[in-house]
Write a protein that binds this ligand. Sequence first.
Ligand SMILES: CC(=O)N[C@H]1[C@@H](OP(=O)(O)OP(=O)(O)OC[C@H]2O[C@@H](n3ccc(=O)[nH]c3=O)[C@H](O)[C@@H]2O)O[C@H](CO)[C@@H](O)[C@@H]1O[C@H](C)C(=O)N[C@@H](C)C(=O)N[C@H](CCC(=O)O)C(=O)O
Ligand SMILES: Nc1ncnc2c1ncn2[C@@H]1O[C@H](COP(=O)(O)OP(=O)(O)OP(=O)(O)O)[C@@H](O)[C@H]1O
Ligand SMILES: N[C@H](CCC[C@H](N)C(=O)O)C(=O)O
Ligand SMILES: [Mg+2]
Length: 495
Amino acid sequence: MKLQELASALLITHIHGNAETDITGIEADSRKIKPGYLFLCIPGLTADGHDYAPKAIALGASALVTERVLDLPIPQLVVKDARYAMAVLSAHFYGYPSKEMKIIGFTGTNGKTTSTYLLERILRDQGFVTGLMGTIEMKIGDTYYEMERTTQEAVDLQSSFRKMCDQKTDYCLMEVSSHALELGRVKGIHFRSGIFTNLSQDHLDYHGTMEAYAAAKGLLFSRLGNGFSLNPEERQYAILNADDAASLTLSRLTAAQIITYGIENHCDVRATDIQITSKGTSFKLVSFAGEAYFQMKLVGKFNVYNALGAIASALAENVPLEAIRNSLESIAVVDGRMEVVNEGQEFLVLVDYAHTPDGLENALSTIAEFAEGKVITVFGCGGDRDKTKRPIMGKVTAAYSDLLYVTSDNPRTEDPAAILEDIRPGLEEVNYPAEKVEFIVDRKKAIQKAIDGAGPKDVILIAGKGHETYQDIMGVKHDFDDRLVAKAAIRGRGR
Ligand SMILES: CC(=O)N[C@H]1[C@@H](OP(=O)(O)OP(=O)(O)OC[C@H]2O[C@@H](n3ccc(=O)[nH]c3=O)[C@H](O)[C@@H]2O)O[C@H](CO)[C@@H](O)[C@@H]1O[C@H](C)C(=O)N[C@@H](C)C(=O)N[C@H](CCC(=O)O)C(=O)O
Ligand SMILES: Nc1ncnc2c1ncn2[C@@H]1O[C@H](COP(=O)(O)OP(=O)(O)OP(=O)(O)O)[C@@H](O)[C@H]1O
Ligand SMILES: N[C@H](CCC[C@H](N)C(=O)O)C(=O)O
Ligand SMILES: [Mg+2]
């Protein structure tokens, strides 16, 4: 594609240099530039892409997108807002792939990853080709890709969508993080539906206040539904959790058709008669499409919410209720979410990705429903993330745990011991007995200690890292998988 043609996607631009320059690829990270690529200079929060233009040129960039003319020897497309231009130019370069398939976006503090997998199973069982992108991985057809972040940068997103379209994907199920919404990574993407899971405290380091965090989530819904159509294929849906107060604001923001789901409040897709055990969850579904009894292997009331969002969305796609039930009942576990570690021991070990106060509350209140012995919790808080959630996570955990091992999560660039100290005030606030808690920086040792001390019928929750297979310490990712560490500890007991 010529630079001129790319520029035609924007009204106000100025080409400095040869407009006929060939563009073979498009990138916003100088380290990924290949010969012939256009390098987008993005002024960021920690760096300014304009400073990396010489590096990009050294790697063979054929042109730049800049916000001001740089004294450099290659053509430049000068734009008003490089970040916005990145979203527009990427969509144009890849031929607007989001219009060629149905993209369903999931947003909310907790439950996004889980919900994408539930809907993926339902749609796959119907014979649809699905793509999935989120915290654990990206899947295109049957190929898996590692993800750097939950929601990719605009250039990578559009490139991934193109690959999905090339594989004849019918539905793309994607997590849409609040960072992505705020930073415009998903601007211009045509969503079929938006699913809102819930809103509770997280990421205040980035958003500052809960209001700003909620407003970021709202961006997904405010862009939905403009352009009504009789054709069901062209409709857009906002699928909202009727039991979460934030849904009211979202319903005012959107022009899409709203489908509500929930347990407590009146709604379109509702679960009643919920039974929770350590082996699964059952409920009666009452919906605009009929009633059915569900017997899921997934554990916890929060997974009923995740199932309801997926059910509402599948009903909007015309999937029969019976088929939805069969698919959901066949799912054994979502990677690292309430995953049982079984080495034949007499106590239950669960690895879960709860890393917010609400996530922990949900995981632990679920365990409280069926625990017969002691509840033993191992958890920590990630470094370089919202510090204000640390004592709250301590307090929540204390409320449910008979024994507590406070340890490291991903310390990233912070001092691990200092992170543990940020959790302590939450325990002190509720006078959690000192003899019931240990602060152990080394996560492996903490897990081993918890497992060594467990008795028959106890339940151990190892929270925070779920599916992760590494521990990030000072930017170095060390091999670490809670499930493998727990297995080894169970086998090593008493030795
Ligand atoms: C707050 C945030 O999300 N920041 C992301 C954002 O930063 P930024 O736009 O300010 O960019 P920057 O790092 O200042 O760099 C400016 C520009 O220089 C470029 N650059 C930089 C260095 C270099 O050598 N060469 C180069 O070209 C960068 O590619 C970028 O285009 O864009 C960068 C490039 O894509 C990301 O690396 C960075 O992610 C940071 C590291 C991050 O940790 N993000 C997390 C919090 C995040 O996004 N998380 C959410 C999930 C949260 C959840 O679900 O719980 C996610 O969607 O993954
Ligand atoms: N609907 C829900 N409501 C509250 N808590 C939930 C819900 N679903 C899952 N959880 C808890 O939150 C944890 C994370 O779940 P999941 O990975 O599905 O969320 P996510 O929104 O994708 O998180 P992230 O923001 O890290 O991508 C789970 O391990 C579980 O403890
Ligand atoms: N997407 C979340 C994941 C947190 C997972 C937890 N293990 C941590 O490292 O804090 C984040 O980046 O905040
Ligand atoms: Mg996720």
